[in-house]
Design a protein around this ligand. Structure first.
Ligand code: GTR
Length: 384
């Protein structure tokens, strides 16, 4: 028998569907000046830029548009990794701005058994970096590299903490302090999630230079805080052709206005350093937030997007995450994309694959596992 409320950080956490207060979502296809978005041209010229700017200003912060230079060095390579099945490359990405630099490592396996450049899945790894062990002495279901190689995909990862430490007292000590210190002074300056998303785009820059990678088929994957980041990164950087967001919850795929599980107030209390300063204003006033998370999904259109939830992860508000997809559908409709979401929450372990917006609600814990990756493969086979 599931508990209907909980207490956390001095707040009541609601898990009772029947007590979720009514709310009105801001309209996705109506510009702030009141113009109806009737076609993709108005969407792309007016509404899309407007929504991006609103997310920058009120939620994730503005990503600096430029920096001085970027360099890629392959620091280790093994042509016959995984018993000859894969080409391993470890890459050091270095970015410079105004005389300062930041470097971070990327691990990449590319299938050897292929005739063309390989499509690739890039994970923003927010767990232990042992999950992405290049030697394969350790194998993890969080990044099942062998499964991906056997399925014909390259698989890559970087560790989020290498660009912005995932701690409220030290998140600055990476890209922010070294490359973009001025952002730290601004209320709309990017914070940790902004930096993690920025780094995903730098890996994208690298893919463009690697002839073994199909640059037009880069799928971004993230779990939880990494799943929030994957959505934000792909919303901004349209070079990502596909996005998988696992259990991303509050300020990820779940609607902010639904009072269920983690709220803006709770996430700001615990993880304020992920979002810009302005976001704090909405802790006790979610209805004045000019966006909601269905709009973040809408910014990914018309590219295929897949989100997941887990039965034992009510904190991430699974239903609110499904509703986000449903409310982003009008944007996919503008592009004539096939979206086949059921009217109500899909049954457990019944993935929706044959739809530009995919989804599953699986049994189990807050995690990213082989069940998830297997469905990501099915989705990619259909939509890449
Ligand atoms: C939780 C946080 C969630 C989610 C999660 C994670 O504690 O409240 O929003 O991001 O961490 O990243 O695993």
């Amino acid at each position: 028998h599931a508990q209907k409320t909980d207490k956390f950080m001095g707040e009541i956490v609601n898990y009772d569907e029947s007590t979720v207060p009514a709310y009105t979502l801001p309209e996705i296809l109506l510009t702030t000046k009141g113009e109806r978005v009737k076609n993709t041209s108005i969407w792309e010229k007016k509404r899309r830029p407007e929504l991006l700017a609103l997310f920058e200003e009120h939620v994730y912060g503005k990503t600096p548009g430029s920096f001085d230079s970027l360099k890629f060095i392959v620091t280790n390579e093994k042509a016959d990794a995984m018993q000859g099945k894969a080409h391993l490359k470890e890459i050091k990405i270095t970015a410079w701005n105004k005389g300062n630099l930041v470097s971070f490592p990327v691990v990449l396996f590319i299938p050897n058994n292929r005739k063309k450049p390989a499509p690739v899945f890039l994970l923003i790894n927010n767990r232990s970096n042992r999950n992405t062990d290049p030697t394969r002495a350790e194998k993890s279901t969080f990044w099942p590299a062998e499964l991906m190689i056997d399925s014909g995909y390259a698989i890559a990862a970087f560790h989020h903490g290498d660009v912005a430490p995932d701690r409220k007292d030290s998140y600055q000590n990476g890209v922010l302090a070294h490359l973009f210190p001025a952002e730290l002074e601004k209320d709309n300056g990017m914070k940790a999630i902004g930096v993690w998303a920025w780094a995903a785009s730098r890996v994208m820059d690298y893919f463009k230079t690697d002839k073994e990678i199909d640059f037009n088929k880069v799928a971004l994957v993230g779990h939880s805080r990494g799943g929030k980041t994957a959505l934000w990164a792909a919303a901004q950087d349209q070079r990502f052709a596909m996005v998988f967001s696992s259990c991303s919850g509050s300020t990820g795929a779940s609607l902010a206005r639904r009072k269920y599980g983690e709220t803006i107030s709770l996430i700001n209390k615990q993880f304020g350093y992920w979002f810009n300063n302005n976001y704090k204003k909405y802790s006790n006033d979610v209805n004045s937030l000019p966006v909601d998370q269905h709009m973040l999904i809408g910014l990914i259109a018309p590219r295929p997007v897949y989100t997941t939830n887990a039965t034992e992860d009510r904190w991430a508000d699974p239903y609110g995450s499904f509703l986000s997809l449903e409310n982003a559908k009008p944007v996919y409709d503008l592009y004539g994309k096939k979206v086949a979401l059921p009217k109500d929450m899909p049954a457990v372990n019944s993935p929706i694959i044959n739809s530009a917006m995919g989804y599953h609600f699986r049994e189990g814990k807050h995690d990213l596992n082989v069940y998830d990756w297997t469905n990501f493969i099915h989705f990619a086979k259909l939509h890449f």
